[in-house]
Design a protein around this ligand. Structure first.
Ligand SMILES: [Zn+2]
Length: 116
């Protein structure tokens, strides 16, 4: 399993980004410190566990809180979910549309944006 490097991984406790100050390019260079690389590797391992259906916790390097990976804010390009929908070439969703989807699913939703 591999991921495109991402730079948003906000702890649910204090909303602090574990990758603060790291650019996507840093992940592919020698710029990462050993600690930063370990922080990234921990997330990668957490995703592997989560993708196998295991309840997965991740320890925040800032506050040391242990939280479910599902509860982390992974920015606008990635989320942990049991269901996903893909809409190609749609206009921006209205709040009413998103609220209707939430009501139908009976759950909060995350909107992930991407461009090819
Ligand atoms: Zn934290």
């Amino acid at each position: 399993m591999s991921f495109t490097a991402f730079t948003d991984c906000f702890c649910p406790r204090f909303k602090k980004n574990r990758f603060d100050g790291i650019s996507p390019e840093d992940f592919y260079s020698e710029n990462l410190t050993k600690e930063e690389q370990e922080n990234f590797n921990a997330v990668h391992l957490a995703f592997e566990n989560w993708s196998k259906g295991k309840e997965t916790y991740l320890t925040c390097p800032h506050c040391e809180a242990e939280s479910k990976i599902d509860d982390y804010n992974l920015g606008k390009t990635l989320a942990c979910s049991n269901i996903g929908f893909t809409f190609w070439n749609w206009s921006e969703f209205t709040t009413d549309f998103l609220n209707e989807i939430k009501t139908i699913l009976g759950s909060d939703i995350k909107v992930i944006l991407g461009h090819l």
